[in-house]
Design a protein around this ligand. Structure first.
Ligand SMILES: C/C1=C2N=C(/C=C3N=C(/C(C)=C4\N[C@@](C)([C@@H]5N=C1[C@](C)(CCC(=O)O)[C@H]5CC(=O)O)[C@@](C)(CC(=O)O)[C@@H]4CCC(=O)O)[C@@](C)(CC(=O)O)[C@@H]\3CCC(=O)O)C(C)(C)[C@@H]/2CCC(=O)O
Length: 209
């Protein structure tokens, strides 16, 4: 007997988002934030994630405006940059991931840091007004915060700071929210990851759903 299952992609999304809106407590999010949180929950398959999502005031509005104005999107990992749905982007925005640049391994050895963190040194020409998406590497978020301690370092328009894991993830996100250098959103604690981060970008790039 063949399995019967939903085969219409739009219907699957519709049903998922309706389930999330029925089950999650989204009351504290504004109209620009709510669709972002819905997509983050959707990517993680985890109602309850909303309790750990923290925006600085106006972050979602600022990120939407930056993307509409053509801001580049700077990603820590290819898993993030590859997940961004290009047709959603409002201004054919550049999506940049420098992790696999051939200069990075030698630079990382010289800097004594991970490739993920070191790759951010190649962001400097693109950083002003950019939307940053860090979904994997805690060291990348820590290094970005260190770069931005220099007042001469160009400022991004917004940071999605959702690295994941057990070493440095919670600490790097706490550091971001303790002194945000620009509008930011995080998922507190160990939770995070490339899929959740991509989902946030894809929501911010879309008209409200
Ligand atoms: C310590 C690292 C962590 N990686 C995690 C989780 C995942 N990483 C995957 C993959 C495929 C990649 N991770 C690298 C970024 C690699 N991961 C690290 C580093 C060693 C250090 C980063 C850091 O601590 O901040 C890092 C290498 C580096 O020198 O920077 C990756 C580049 C490794 C590689 O393939 O060379 C690669 C990224 C590929 C890309 O997309 O461009 C996983 C899929 C794991 C797997 O393969 O099993 C997974 C994905 C998680 C996600 O949602 O993004 C952690 C948990 C973040 C961990 C850091 C924290 C910890 O607690 O250990």
């Amino acid at each position: 007997m063949p399995h019967d299952y939903e085969k219409d992609g739009a219907a699957i999304y519709h049903q998922s988002f309706a389930t999330i809106r029925a089950e999650a407590d989204l009351a504290r999010f504004d109209a620009d934030e709510e669709p972002v949180v819905v997509r983050m929950i959707h990517a993680a398959g985890l109602v309850g994630l909303e309790r750990d999502v923290a925006f600085t005031p106006g972050m979602a509005t600022a990120a939407r405006a930056a993307l509409a104005a053509g801001a580049p999107i700077l990603c820590d990992a290819r898993m993030v940059s590859e997940g961004i749905t290009r047709p959603r982007l409002p201004a054919d925005n550049a999506v940049i991931c420098t992790l696999n640049d051939p200069r990075v391994p030698d630079m990382a050895r010289d800097m004594g840091n991970t490739r993920s963190a070191t790759a951010l040194e190649l962001w400097r020409p693109f950083l002003e007004g950019a939307v940053v998406a860090i979904g994997n590497a805690p060291t990348a978020l820590f290094h970005l915060l260190n770069m931005l301690e220099d007042p001469a370092c160009p400022r991004p328009a917004a940071i999605i700071g959702c690295p994941v894991g057990f070493v440095g993830a919670a600490e790097s996100k706490d550091a971001l929210m303790a002194a945000p250098p620009c509008p930011a959103v995080i998922v507190r604690g160990r939770l995070g990851g490339s899929a959740i981060t991509v989902a946030a970008i894809n929501a911010l790039a879309s008209r409200r759903e």
